[in-house]
Design a protein around this ligand. Sequence first.
Ligand code: FE2
Length: 419
Amino acid sequence: MFDLLLRQCRLLQSDRTIAEVDIAIKNQVIAEIAPTINANTRLELDMQGHLISPPFVESHIHLDSALTAGQHRWNQSGTLFEGIEIWRERKQNLSLEDVKRRAIATLKQQAIQGVLFVRSHADVSEASLTALQALLEVREQVKDWMTLQVVAFPQDGLYGSPQNEALMEKALEMGADCIGGIPHYELTREDGVKSVHRIFELAQKYDRLIDIHCDEIDDDQSRFLEVVAACALRTGMGARVAASHTTAFGSYNNAYATKLLGFLRRTELNFIANPLINITLQGRTDTYPKRRGVTRVKELWQQGMNVSFGHDCVQDPWYSLGTGNMLDVAFMGLHVCQMTGTAEIDACYDMVTWNGAKTLQVEDQYGIEIGKPANLIALNAQDRYDALRCRATVHYVISQGKLLARTEAPRTTWHCDRE
Ligand code: FE2
């Protein structure tokens, strides 16, 4: 007796093939995948040939600042730095309830659109560590339907204020999953380099993952990615490290970028690009031509490196237009990075699914395979290309073997008789 049987699935597989199968779930685990399954089940759902995919993975978001756009003022310049100033004002009156309410509302918004794995940064520059405490409580509260990782993120720099380094260590003791950083926003180049070294030391001491906001600036002299790469090579930690944003990589001269790519290939580093926000934040000091402000996604992918896409912001001082829809993120990435070949389009889909799972190091729980936790989504699409082109509706979200959300596609009726 199965708990849930999904009929008529078009199962999307990581090798780019699609299989027409039934999928049976028992005890929250995928129990059987076969062309036809004949067995008793408590609940049967007809997927009607919809595309069945592993859930979307949000590899980079800031839930602590989500849903605050316009509080207390709008980011009129649209720059990263005005965003940081507004957040500095807003975070003076954070409370646990305030952060938890907005974080859970955002996670629900994401989950109904098929996101079941999220990595969120939590600002740990405030002495109270309210944002971190709130997100750690949320991590526990949502664990039955969402896997949430929390990064201790020193928004104002690890050395921006005398107490920040100790706050970071306290955040790790409280249970943050990952240690973050922002070397390009430290007071000096030397502080930036020192911060990266300290982050690796702390990650080893506390056995945590690393996710650094790295070179999120148009300055072609912002070169902390090479420091991260060197630390990854020397510690052997590369697969447990993510370099987020790395937008300056898009501005480096090609001679330096080519040398750097050679180093990066040896590291197993993960890269997270956030095309929605960086296409709007970056290039603000340019006249024309304006830079795209996105890292070299296509080149990193071509070199076989793991790249994922993140939303970064959902209605906050940096980006007011986020929706939580990962297909929007991949759609923008596909355009900005000019990844319009068929394999490239497929790769952009992978950047919000399988690649994100690799970045989060949750591959043992991820994927539609017998014996794995039953997390999957049903999209109104034929394949990856169709899903991206149409930003397909996610009809069903199955989380840990249970139906979590169901959404109907919009229906239009044509009322004009004329052809
Ligand atoms: Fe970020």
